[in-house]
Design a protein around this ligand. Structure first.
Ligand SMILES: Nc1ncnc2c1ncn2[C@@H]1O[C@H](COP(=O)(O)OP(=O)(O)OP(=O)(O)O)[C@@H](O)[C@H]1O
Ligand SMILES: [Mg+2]
Length: 226
């Protein structure tokens, strides 16, 4: 589903954030991407989100060359990909319901679809009763669940999660991990960039280890080795 072909991302003159990375991620896979700070994890995710362009190589999503997407097709492409981040990125002036509904409106969904789908995802992420809370009235774990709901409501084929538990305490961390596992069971691929050794070792899934922008290890059932 996701293919990196000899991808390098060079910042400035010659700083390789990614250095000749080749990688395939299949549908429904759950892949952890690990590596020291600066190893290139977020860069990998930014290339997939088309927030950055590779300096060399090709990034494909289901055969579509991500680099070549232009105009409206970028929007359509991004809707197929859910993204969650360490800092949640919620709209502070919108409540839980509105944060999720807004993503659907922006995606051109009808009022009927919004009325039917928003309560469903709120239920899935366990935020029933919090619909009218604003982000500042939520715990970190709840904020991240809103972000997951907002990603999920687009029915993405993959969710990219960049340190989603980086700002959470252990209890909320496990809630988010279990939620991602549940979403994966329903058939959505997950790419999880994380520093959390306990999560990676608990998952017993594929682990891609980056070091200085290179894939050092790619194990089908991996552990956290840095
Ligand atoms: N816009 C940029 N301009 C210049 N250098 C950058 C830019 N973005 C990232 N880098 C550099 O590229 C390298 C990889 O960064 P990246 O954010 O991908 O690392 P990371 O593995 O996500 O690290 P962390 O675990 O700290 O989040 C780092 O050395 C970083 O300083
Ligand atoms: Mg990062």
């Amino acid at each position: 589903m996701i293919e990196f072909h000899s991808v390098s991302k060079i910042y400035g003159e010659d700083y390789y954030a990614l250095n000749n990375v080749s990688l395939n991620i299949g549908e429904k896979e759950f892949v952890s991407v690990v590596g020291r700070s600066g190893a290139g994890k977020s860069t990998l995710i930014k290339l997939l989100l088309k927030e950055e362009a590779p300096t060399k190589g090709r990034v494909l999503f289901k055969g579509v060359d991500v680099v070549k997407l232009k105009g409206n097709s970028i929007m359509r492409y991004r809707r197929r990909i859910g993204a969650i981040f360490q800092d949640f990125r919620l709209l502070p002036s919108k409540n839980v319901y509105e944060n999720i509904a807004f993503a659907m409106e922006a995606g051109g969904r009808t009022k009927e679809e919004i009325r039917s789908d928003v309560p469903q995802v709120i239920e899935i992420v366990g935020l029933k009763g919090k619909e009218e809370n604003f982000p500042h009235e939520l715990s970190g774990g709840e904020k991240q669940r809103v972000a997951v709901a907002r990603a999920l409501v687009q029915r993405p084929e993959v969710i990219l999660a960049d340190e989603p538990t980086g700002n959470l305490d252990p209890i909320h961390t496990w809630e988010i991990v279990k939620l991602l596992l549940k979403i994966n069971e329903f058939g959505t691929a997950i790419v999880l960039a994380t520093h959390d050794k306990d999560i990676v070792n608990f998952l017993k899934r594929r682990v891609v280890t980056l070091e200085d922008g290179k894939v050092m290890r790619d194990e089908k059932v991996g552990t956290y080795k840095i």
